[in-house]
Design a protein around this ligand. Structure first.
Ligand SMILES: *[C@@H]1O[C@H](CO)[C@@H](O)[C@H](O)[C@H]1NC(C)=O
Ligand SMILES: *[C@@H]1O[C@H](CO)[C@@H](O)[C@H](O)[C@H]1NC(C)=O
Ligand SMILES: *[C@@H]1O[C@H](CO)[C@@H](O)[C@H](O)[C@H]1NC(C)=O
Ligand SMILES: *[C@@H]1O[C@H](CO)[C@@H](O)[C@H](O)[C@H]1NC(C)=O
Ligand SMILES: *[C@@H]1O[C@H](CO)[C@@H](O)[C@H](O)[C@H]1NC(C)=O
Length: 455
């Protein structure tokens, strides 16, 4: 295997392609390669008469934007190494353009970009089976192609073993991710977002040891997150959000010690979080809203000291907000809304000096909120504590005019129930039913007094 890789490396870099300039110009293209290039151009674009307008497309002075060539080493030809289609100044694709399977026959191609290219005529990714030598392709990027349908053929994974970046996003790709994807062992970034991919995430994905970014969000992937995910030790970004994944978050996730960004939102994940979760020391973004977790909010989150964003809304977390969250001094966003959290807001939360978005609404939190006036001023409208029926604001802070959706605490630090005469439901502009009571009037009075005070 290693020798095979070495062979590819040699073929791709040393043997045929050189970045050095040679003393014996002018170089020409190989006639077969030239014909293949014209065929591809005609399949995709009617911007020009490619053959007549560009008789020498690899000659820098007479070429178009969107093509790049390099001289070979073992031959005296110029070879196409990069093709870029979609938006001007690159060639635009005609509405009858279909996927040019011939493109993989350009033997020295390193990068392909198709952006907004297949938009009217349905077409599939295809690869011609006659392959002469290992492909040198390092980057294949297909973005925003709504007419690109069908699955990603496993032949592609087998033929393009030098790929480092594979993007097939915002298209209509369906079917499962073939296990042969593990053949792409040079892959660094995999982005298959916004498609219709189904089936489960293949366990073989774990063999992609060099993967740094894995984004499969906005598909219809089912089943569990495979435990082999923990084998991708280089992973920095993991986004599996907006799929149909179920089961627990696998324990092996705790082994992804380089992880900076993890998003698992909008899935059916539930149950215990891995013990090693708190060991993800590099984690800065943990986005995990909308999962039926049904557990107590884990204290371990408080060990993720580099966290900037922690989003755990709508996930059926219960218990108290752990005091350990006060250690997350770099936190800018904390979203815990719409869970079943109880108890007081830990006083230490008031020490999080970088917080600018704090949403704790729709829980069962109680007691006096611990924030002083400077905290309330700083977070302002991005602080939402509404719909926690037992939560209240110290009268000393009330004059800060913060729209917290919280009532002023009663003298005995307890809110009064909805008892008393003159109480009636009222629809606000947001459609929420609120109760009018004397303490609301007191609050309104404070707000008016406050407004008057500042004018
Ligand atoms: C493609 O474009 C041509 C002219 O630019 C137009 O006449 C034709 O209707 C278009 N076809 C489709 C399928 O949009
Ligand atoms: C907080 O962020 C700063 C830079 O914004 C960084 O230097 C520091 O190491 C971070 N703190 C922790 C505990 O990671
Ligand atoms: C908040 O910070 C102050 C000073 O920085 C410290 O004395 C106090 O113990 C902290 N409170 C909590 C609950 O962490
Ligand atoms: C807090 O979350 C609720 C519920 O999802 C949402 O309606 C509200 O707009 C959020 N508040 C802020 C300040 O983001
Ligand atoms: C505080 O609570 C008591 C009874 O629990 C009630 O009579 C009183 O009106 C409340 N005060 C305010 C300011 O709401």
């Amino acid at each position: 295997m290693l020798t095979f890789l070495l062979l590819i490396l040699l073929t791709c870099t040393h043997h045929h392609i050189s970045t050095q300039t040679h003393p014996q110009p002018p170089l020409t293209m190989d006639p077969t390669e030239l014909q293949t290039l014209y065929n591809i151009m005609e399949t995709l674009s009617s911007d020009r008469e490619w053959r007549t307008t560009y008789p020498n497309p690899c000659e820098p002075s007479t070429s178009w934007v969107g093509i790049e060539c390099k001289p070979g080493v073992s031959d005296s030809h110029l070879h196409v190494t990069r093709l870029d289609f979609g938006t001007p100044p690159n060639p635009t694709c005609k509405n009858t353009s279909t996927f040019p399977s011939q493109i993989f026959q350009l033997p020295y191609l390193q990068s392909i970009f198709f952006f907004n290219c297949f938009t009217k005529t349905k077409t599939t990714i295809s690869i011609s089976k006659t392959k002469t030598r290992p492909s040198c392709l390092q980057q294949l990027s297909l973005r925003s192609n709504p007419s690109l349908v069908g699955s990603i053929p496993s032949e592609l994974f087998l033929a393009l073993s030098s790929l480092q970046i594979l993007t097939v996003s915002q298209s209509e790709i369906s079917g499962a991710i073939a296990p042969e994807i593990s053949n792409l062992n040079s892959l660094v970034h995999l982005d298959l977002t916004y498609n219709q991919l189904g089936g489960s995430i293949p366990a073989e994905l774990g063999k992609l040891k060099n993967l740094v970014g894995l984004d499969l969000s906005y598909n219809a992937l089912t089943g569990p997150v495979p435990h082999t995910i923990g084998q991708m030790g280089m992973l920095q970004k993991l986004d599996l959000s907006s799929n149909l994944l179920t089961g627990n978050v696998p324990n092996s996730i705790g082994e992804l010690s380089s992880l900076v960004f993890m998003a698992l939102s909008n899935n059916g994940l539930h149950g215990k979080l891995p013990v090693g979760f708190g060991d993800l020391k590099e984690l800065e973004y943990l986005i995990m809203d909308n999962n039926p977790m049904s557990i107590e909010l884990p204290t371990e989150f408080g060990r993720l000291l580099k966290l900037r964003e922690l989003r755990l809304a709508n996930s059926d977390y219960s218990g108290e907000i752990p005091a350990s969250f006060s250690q997350l001094l770099n936190l800018t966003t904390l979203s815990l809304e719409n869970n079943r959290l109880t108890g007081n807001i830990p006083v230490g939360i008031a020490n999080l000096s970088h917080i600018y978005h704090l949403n704790l609404s729709k829980n069962f939190l109680s007691g006096e909120i611990p924030f002083d006036s400077s905290f309330l001023k700083r977070v302002g409208e991005n602080l939402d504590l509404s719909e926690n029926s037992e939560l209240c604001l110290n009268p000393m802070q009330a004059y800060e005019c913060a729209k917290l959706g919280v009532d002023v605490c009663n003298r005995s630090n307890r809110r009064v129930g909805n008892s008393g005469s003159g109480v009636k439901p009222l629809k606000t502009s947001e459609g929420r039913v609120v109760e009018v009571s004397r303490k609301h009037l007191f609050f309104v009075f404070l707000v008016f007094w406050c407004l008057g005070f500042y004018h």
